[in-house]
Design a binder for this molecule. Structure first.
Ligand code: PLP
Length: 376
């Protein structure tokens, strides 16, 4: 679906185009919402030299072996080459000890996330998620007319599985993101198991492990193996650094990649946290490649003051209005982040709320995020 930036129609045609509405709006409503749509909604075209630590991307990009393999396959790009998908399914199934029919591959995990919600949530079966949590599934739930039930994280920032169960006896989908986006905090294997054992009949537990490789966390893959009502999402977009390429077959054979990148991210993250501690700034300790930072003011003002210094930090979750999400960038990027943050917190650089558009205004402009109404 093109947006206002990409095409325009004369007003009469625009009216008749809009009057196609039932089908058109259904198609629009089914649009898959992704992290870049959410992350770049405010600032779509940042300056080329900007530091972007706003979309949980991996600044290291694809590994050298993956770049070589991707380049080597370009000459075959005219062919559908669907056997490569079969090869990837086989490799993943072998790695995880799953049956072939238990594995599906997509160009990123946004699409299966959306489809899982669309398949199991409905006007009669609600969608249950954590707050703050990754928002994409809520948009899928809205698209199919399902009620969205948001449950605050526990004091240790885990999903509150008992509260999730209690709040929605009619649930169709329980979405558990671990490590959680945006907090980078974990929900234990035993909590997910509890959810699976006590959920209403006919519902599924959708576990999103997009960031698991960054953390010392136990996967719930064993629940998939055991044939429980669990759909598990993984992606090559995060530790593997392939968010823009949207494919990943060659990476799984690079055994050094995950431990090495996990170490790099943990080292830089540890350095940032130590600096924040030394300077008395509050944040939520994360095990992932992003964390929530308390700006001690409406977070939009801090985000805008950072943008004035060419550093684009992440968005706000309305339930925590003074926090902004920060993605771990490279070490030099995080040094620049720290210098800029110091200036914002000391009041040397300020921005008044309203210099950049609010989420509400964005909803009205419908740029980039057609059909999405954001609050805050
Ligand atoms: N799940 C979570 C929690 C995410 O943060 C993202 C992207 O940031 C995705 C899924 C989807 O990513 P992709 O479609 O690039 O695999």
């Amino acid at each position: 679906m093109a947006d206002d930036n990409h095409f325009s129609l004369p007003s009469a045609s625009r009216r008749s185009f809009l009057s196609l509405s039932a089908a058109a709006s259904a198609a629009l409503a089914l649009r898959i919402v992704t992290e870049p749509m959410l992350a770049h909604a405010l600032v779509h075209n940042a300056p080329k030299d900007a530091i972007r630590i706003d979309a949980n991307e991996n600044p290291l990009g694809p590994s050298a072996s993956a770049r070589d393999a991707a380049a080597a396959i370009v000459p075959q790009g005219g062919r559908y080459s669907d056997w490569l998908t079969d090869d990837l399914v086989k490799t993943l199934a072998e790695m995880e000890g799953l049956k072939l029919e238990q594995v599906r591959v997509y160009a990123g995990s946004s699409e299966p996330l959306h489809h899982s919600v669309a398949a199991f949530a409905s006007p009669q079966r609600s969608y249950v998620t954590a707050d703050p949590g990754y928002e994409a599934g809520m948009f899928a739930a809205n698209a199919v007319g399902a009620k969205v039930v948001k449950i605050p994280l526990t004091k240790s920032y885990a999903h509150d599985v008992k509260a999730m169960l209690a709040a929605a006896p009619d649930a169709g989908v329980f979405y558990v993101c671990s490590p959680n986006n945006p907090t980078g905090t974990l929900t234990s294997h035993s909590d997910v198991e509890y959810l699976v054992e006590n959920k209403p009949k006919g519902s599924i537990v959708l576990v999103d492990e997009a960031y698991i490789h960054f953390a010392d966390a136990v996967s719930v893959m064993d629940l998939v193996k055991a044939g429980k009502d669990v759909i598990l999402l993984r992606t090559f977009s995060k530790i593997y650094g392939m968010a823009g390429l949207r494919c990943g077959a060659v990476f799984v054979k690079d055994v050094q990649l995950v431990p090495e990148r996990k170490r790099i991210n943990a080292r830089i993250r540890g350095g940032v946290f130590a600096w924040l501690d030394r300077n008395g700034y509050s944040y939520v300790p994360s095990e992932s490649n992003c964390f929530m930072l308390d700006t001690k003011r409406p977070a939009k003002a801090a985000i805008d003051a950072m943008a004035k210094q060419n550093i684009f930090i992440g968005r706000i979750w309305p339930v925590w209005p003074t926090y902004a999400r920060i993605t771990i960038g490279t070490a030099p990027e995080m040094e620049q982040f720290q210098a800029a943050w110091q200036k914002v917190m000391s009041g040397a650089v300020t921005a008044s709320v309203g210099e950049l558009p609010s989420w509400g205004e964005l909803g009205r402009r419908k740029r980039n995020v057609d059909g999405i109404v954001m609050s805050g």
